[in-house]
Design a protein around this ligand. Structure first.
Ligand code: ATP
Ligand code: MG
Length: 569
């Protein structure tokens, strides 16, 4: 492709709306444009990346024996009522009505529709196992769409669903096959990733794992221990009671005026103690009461799944806002504590080991210091309430856990019979008896992969595409092509030669200064750059540079194709 045929608007300035590097670079390089919150258009260069990603996914899915299908985005409410998710899914499900006032939703995922297909198409155990997949648009009305296509409302997913006669086949012919297929796919994308144990969440089922691309900017935290190969999303790690005893009180409990000191950070600065000496009191919505208090050590994070397991806590978990907190306690947020707090209270295991700690006094602008359980406050019920953190013991016993940040690019689930039972998907077994089908499901976030790849592959000048998913293999930059016929001819010859060699070639034949073209080249991140100048060409040479290298090298024109093949990553 020639750049004179492609209206490319690269941006020099960092767009103010973009927080993450990948979002900034995708806008600056003209891969995507925002239409509305969480809605993005893919422009030609972005589209080429998407297609390369889709092609690799398709190739590996087909190789694994999966069958491509395409299901509607608009799905009837009836089907969702049968699975129970019309009520359960919550506001992420965008609901609509047609002209006959029939209710529909935009598919956030396709378990219902595929199970409906399975119940009609699959009649006998002889047709199993079978795996259907599609690459399709999904819609989820995310509460906070952000980071561009990373957390969009409309996005592309590759979703696959496998059907089996029994659990053994689900594990062997479905789950394990998809797990190793995904492993191959993400290895082909040249991404650094980890497979971690995960929470099945709204999709349901038993065992589940996520594929997490390692990146500092990732929204997820994963805990791992290289000594015993344990790896899990911190959300799912159950923590044993700590093998420690509580320290004895050494301070007296005093009330201290703490005007506007409302965060753990501010408290720990004010009292000159670490956050582990400050008690965090979080108010959440109760299932039968307006508020329930959850207590944690100041340096620990609340685990939503663990909190939702408490009967008195409403599910899904919802933190109270400032007004609700005031209504429930007559006190401003940031000054809450367990002493004389007249609502249900639950405390994390580690919070129960605190001594001489700081906590809110349930009076605006006041905190206690030197507080101790038993002596000053009756300890509430103790449970595991927090996320795992660095140094917690690995559940497999191999040593302390480390924490890394990750971007979830895929998740696989052993669903079992959740959907097939609800939608009555059965087959006849070898005895002629009806059996409910076992099911697995496997999603890849196709559009999110583009952003995740950029998070892992960039420098301060722009994107550095891994060769497998780059929009083009080679970029040709002719210098002064308006002034020199020889450069123009040379560039055209090179362009045709490289295309004949089977490469995807972009030629920057715009009449711009070299500096502009080089800056765009770095921003676009195409793996190989070939510069054509009159002086080099006269010696039968061109200038070659890999996007990851700093210095160009002069290469004889007739050896270029070979060099590109060798460097093919
Ligand atoms: P998350 O926890 O990030 O909200 P999820 O667990 O709800 O994702 P799944 O139902 O597992 O998502 O969907 C499969 C894949 O689709 C995810 O692994 C992710 O890569 C992608 N995905 C999910 N939500 C979005 C979104 N809002 N924007 C872009 N990609 C998404
Ligand atoms: Mg997921």
């Amino acid at each position: 492709m020639r750049l004179t045929n492609l209206p490319l608007n690269t941006l020099k300035e960092v767009p103010a709306e973009a927080e993450t590097l990948s979002h900034q670079l995708m806008l600056r390089a003209g891969l995507i444009r925002r239409l509305a919150s969480g809605l993005y258009s893919w422009l030609p260069i972005g589209m080429r990346v998407l297609q390369r990603i889709e092609n690799i996914i398709r190739e590996e899915m087909n190789r694994a024996g999966a069958l491509e299908v395409m299901m509607p985005i608009v799905q009837p409410a009836e089907l969702w009522r049968k699975s129970g998710r019309w009520e359960k899914f919550g506001p992420e499900l965008l609901r609509l009505e047609d002209r006959h006032q029939r209710k529909f939703c935009l598919g956030p995922t396709h378990e219902e529709v595929i199970t409906d297909i399975a119940r009609h198409e699959l009649k006998s155990y002889r047709q199993l196992p079978v795996n259907y997949y599609q690459i399709q648009t999904k819609f989820r009305d995310e509460i906070r769409p952000r980071f561009g296509v990373m957390r969009a409302r409309e996005f592309t997913m590759k979703d696959a669903y496998s059907f089996h006669i029994d659990e053994e086949s689900l594990l062997r012919d479905g789950y394990e096959v998809m797990r190793s297929t995904y492993d191959k796919i993400f290895t082909r994308f040249q991404l650094k990733f980890r497979i971690v144990q995960a929470d099945p969440g709204a999709i349901g089922g038993n065992r589940s794992e996520e594929f997490q691309v390692l990146a500092e900017s990732g929204e997820d935290k994963i805990a791992y221990c290289d000594a015993d190969d344990f790896a899990a999303n911190i959300e799912v790690i159950e923590l044993e009671p700590p093998n420690k005893t509580r320290g004895l009180p050494t301070q007296t409990c005093e009330i201290i005026k703490t005007p506007k000191i409302q965060s753990i950070e501010a408290l720990s600065k004010f009292f000159k103690v670490g956050p582990e000496k400050c008690l965090k009191t979080i108010l959440v919505q109760g299932s039968k009461s307006p508020a329930v208090a959850l207590l944690l050590r100041g340096d620990h994070e609340l685990n939503a799944t663990k909190a939702e397991r408490i009967d008195a806590v409403a599910s899904p978990l919802r933190m109270l806002n400032a007004t609700e907190i005031h209504e429930a306690t007559r006190c401003e947020a940031g000054f809450l504590g367990p002493k004389e707090l007249d609502i249900s209270i639950y405390m994390d295991q580690d919070a129960s080991l605190m001594s001489d700690f700081v906590c809110g006094a349930n009076r605006t602008d006041y905190h206690y210091r030197g507080t101790n359980w038993g002596r000053d406050i009756e300890p509430p019920e103790i449970i595991d309430l927090r996320n795992a953190t660095t140094g917690d013991p690995s559940p497999k016993g191999g040593g302390p856990l480390s924490i890394a940040r990750g971007i979830e690019v895929a998740q696989i689930f052993q669903l079992g019979k959740d959907y097939s039972e609800a939608l009555e998907a059965t087959v006849l077994d070898d005895q002629g008896k009806k059996r409910t089908i076992e099911m697995g499901c496997y999603g890849i976030g196709v559009t999110r992969i583009v952003a995740a790849t950029i998070e892992q592959n960039h420098d301060n000048r722009g994107i550095i595409w891994p060769a497998a998913i780059a929009p083009f293999d080679v970029l040709i930059i002719p210098i002064n092509l308006d002034k020199s016929c020889r450069v123009r001819e040379a560039a055209d010859t090179l362009y045709c030669n490289l295309i004949d060699a089977g490469l995807d070639v972009l030629m920057d034949d715009r009449s711009y200064r070299p500096g502009v073209k080089f800056a765009d080249a770095d921003l676009l991140g195409i793996p190989h750059r070939v510069v054509v100048t009159e002086s080099a060409w006269d010696k039968g040479k061109v200038e070659y540079k890999n996007r990851r290298e700093d210095d160009p090298q002069l290469v004889p024109f007739d050896q270029l194709v070979e060099l590109l093949r060798d460097k093919g990553d």
